[in-house]
Design a protein around this ligand. Sequence first.
Ligand code: PMP
Length: 420
Amino acid sequence: MTSGRLGSDTTNLDPWHDSYAARTAGLSASEVRALFAVASRPEVASLAGGMPFVSALPPELVSGAIDRVMREQGPVALQYGSGQGVPKLREQILDVMALEGIRANADDVVVTTGSQHALELIAKLFLDPGDVVLAEGPSYVTALVVFKSFQAAIDHVPMDEHGLIPSALREHIARLRAAGRRMKFLYTVPTFNNPAGLTLSAQRRVEVLEIARENGILVIEDNPYGLLYFEDQPPQAMRSLDSDGVIYLGTFSKTLAPGFRVGWVLAPTAIKDKLVLANEAAVLSPSNFSQLVISEYLASADWRGQIDTFRGLYRERRDAMLSALEEYLPGCEWTVPAGGFYVWLTLPEGLDSRAMLPRAIEQLVAYTPGTAFYSDGDGAANMRLSFCYPTPEFIREGVRRLSIVVDAELALRDAHANLA
Ligand code: PMP
């Protein structure tokens, strides 16, 4: 084997290149990751990453919880734990999920090392090489990386302003079935989607679940952003409508802090049993320390009030981004997210977000090209703009810088057209 594994950039440099497993072919550095190094320079207005603004979490809330855990349960916190997760935390997770209409049993919850790890475990349980994963177009980049690392193919189903389009889902399933392809699951981020900021309507949730059920396809509902709404509460989680056909993924990364690396899966019982075994095989047990600190935080702090604080902060940043877009980029189109972290921008005809990124970095602004969120090269006309981390002033400045780049690209495009 001479090419393609772990990305072509390492091909000639890595003496072990020929030793890697075939499944690593999909493991090239994602565009988001390659960007982080540049975008994290302080002079760059980064609208690229998806880092929660953890500085809005009062540190004493966390240090108080850590102190109490160490005083009262130190040896337990420092020990290996259960492969399924700390029982008390699993009970408390039920309270978090109840806010989105989910009623469940703590026995069916498995704590994972962030929901990213849950994606890995689910892929490991279900995906054989050549299987098809249905996913929104666009879809969360690092989920796509996981599915590809299990040699699955991704089939992107389009969205409109109400989220995934059920008739398109039906068509895609029929076409894949006619071609003899095996579909294992639909991966969806139905609420304040990463990267498009769109939300699946209540009516469509019912329809999508029906289609999945009719076709024997599991639904993986990945929901890190559902509690971060800016106006009305979004429709209830899909899992609240179907407890047999949905595997639900939650996380404390956006409502508390990602540094704990604690997420969870709520799965039908038989799948849950397999997930626990897969979790043990991968990490023995998720971090007892992190779980006990979060459990203590949930028991002692006003965690609902803290989520309100995050909501207000992100709403202000979303508003700053939308008003800057209106002022500086009137020739573009964008989604208006009612929660979460992201706006999805569509450039004027003929502009390519990936090609223009180096020019944007020169202007000290960064974004994520839309192509990162498709596995088929689509998305060149789009970019993801995150408003979660920079201050409102820096968001505004970032959009202003972006408009300089877009105007220059438009001038170039028009000059080419005149020459032709
Ligand atoms: N799913 C989605 C849609 C995400 O946006 C993220 C984080 N960016 C994750 C999963 C992973 O989150 P974590 O592992 O921190 O829980």
